[in-house]
Design a protein around this ligand. Structure first.
Ligand code: PLP
Length: 379
């Protein structure tokens, strides 16, 4: 894969050569779970992650992340936990950023102790904290940037350099940025994971995950993946491949909309703090500009000074929903959803107040979205 090929072209063509038999322009769906093994370089089987539709979509995601190879999983958590367990064993230690996606936080804090894996949670905005937490048995550093829901920024180059000095594997959850805006492998991060349920699927209609890295690391992850079994079926792989053909166009529109809406929200007296890495006031703005060359993403959060639930109830276009990254704008209260299990004291520490709402900006017209927010704030 020549790196001179642009992301727009890769999103359409890589892994999508079309139909070899009838010469149609679109890849066929190969639902077979059983394949002839004679004279084949490797045995094909869905749980081996190597059937035609699995390989097609893995190649496309790997190309968009500038990685050598990738794996497509049945969920984001399958990709994340399989990648973590591939590089960790009993007695090892991992360092993770403290403001993790809630599902990842719960999975790590519940499962790691059961398998005798130690961990330390650190402030992702302070790279030196990762270095301070390193122990003789540390194997993995895990980060997530921009983070959920206040969009904090972790300096990926700084973390990658620390990890390289200490020969640690770095894993990132790149879901919020999407492969369009941020390619951590270019910055020295080893393994990129995604909840493909969000921007990669992009239409709020499927669940999948992905991991991208060097061929060697992907082989290591595969060694665990085919045991844990979080593989994805052919039909959904094909849908993901189709979704990825428009990811650059979708995310560019979401970037543009989110910036315009964040700037407008800042001017409103009925709105408190606005969290968006594209705003110069955001503490991570300078680093985000460096490491997110494609844009600042479609996620933003803000405080509604009046009752946030009344506000969300009055929205007409913007739907109240969990999840994110779809073409349709959705909004939610982190206190009632992703951060409901956290104590109020813990929530305040990471700026998750009762008045905070998290907004996943869709591809609609930005002015229509602003008009909807204006009428809901005014009510
Ligand atoms: C949704 C999400 C996940 C989990 O992905 P699933 O597809 O639900 O398993 C992980 N990280 C982030 C940032 C997410 O938004």
């Amino acid at each position: 894969m020549a790196d001179s090929i642009s992301k727009l072209t890769k999103s359409v063509h890589t892994g999508s050569p079309g139909d070899p038999q009838y010469k149609g322009v679109v890849n066929p769906i190969y639902p077979s779970a059983a394949y002839d093994y004679e004279n084949m370089p490797e045995t094909q089987y869905p749980r081996y992650f190597n059937t035609p539709n699995q390989r097609a979509v893995s190649q496309k995601i790997a190309a968009l992340e500038n990685g050598e190879d990738g794996l497509i999983f049945s969920s984001g958590l399958a990709a994340i936990m399989t990648s973590l367990f591939a590089f960790l064993k009993q007695g090892d230690h991992a360092i993770l950023q403290h403001d993790l996606y809630g599902g990842t936080f719960n999975a790590v804090t519940v499962e790691f102790p059961r398998y005798g894996i130690e961990y330390t949670l650190v402030d992702g905005t302070k790279p030196e904290e990762f270095e301070k937490a390193i122990r003789p048995n540390t194997k993995v550093i895990y980060v997530e940037t921009p983070s959920n829901p206040t969009l904090t920024i972790t300096d990926l180059k700084a973390v990658a350099n620390i990890a390289k000095r200490h020969q640690l594997i770095t894993i990132i959850d790149n879901t919020f940025a999407s492969p369009v805006n941020q390619n951590p492998i270019d910055l020295g991060i080893d393994v990129v994971t995604h909840s493909g349920t969000k921007y990669i699927g992009g239409h709020s209609d499927l669940c999948c995950g992905a991991a991208v890295s060097t061929a060697e690391n992907i082989r290591k992850i595969w060694n665990s993946a085919f045991h844990f079994g979080g593989s994805l079926d052919a039909q959904t792989c094909w849908l993901v491949e189709r979704s990825l053909k428009t990811i650059v166009l979708r995310v560019r529109q979401q970037n543009e909309n989110a910036l315009a809406i964040a700037q407008w929200l800042q001017q409103q007296s009925s709105v408190g703090k606005v969290y968006y890495p594209g705003l110069p006031e955001h503490p991570g703005h300078a680093i985000a500009r460096e490491q997110m060359p494609g844009g600042f993403g479609g996620m933003l959060s803000f405080e509604v000074k009046s009752d946030p639930h009344g506000f969300m109830g009055r929205l007409k276009l913007i739907k109240r929903a969990l999840s994110l990254g779809g073409v349709e704008s959705t909004i939610c209260s982190p206190v009632k959803t992703s951060h409901s299990k956290m104590s109020p004291e813990e929530r305040i520490k990471i700026n998750v107040t009762d008045n905070l709402v998290r907004f996943s900006v869709g591809i609609e017209d930005a002015q229509d979205l602003i008009n909807d927010i204006r009428q809901a704030l005014g009510g």
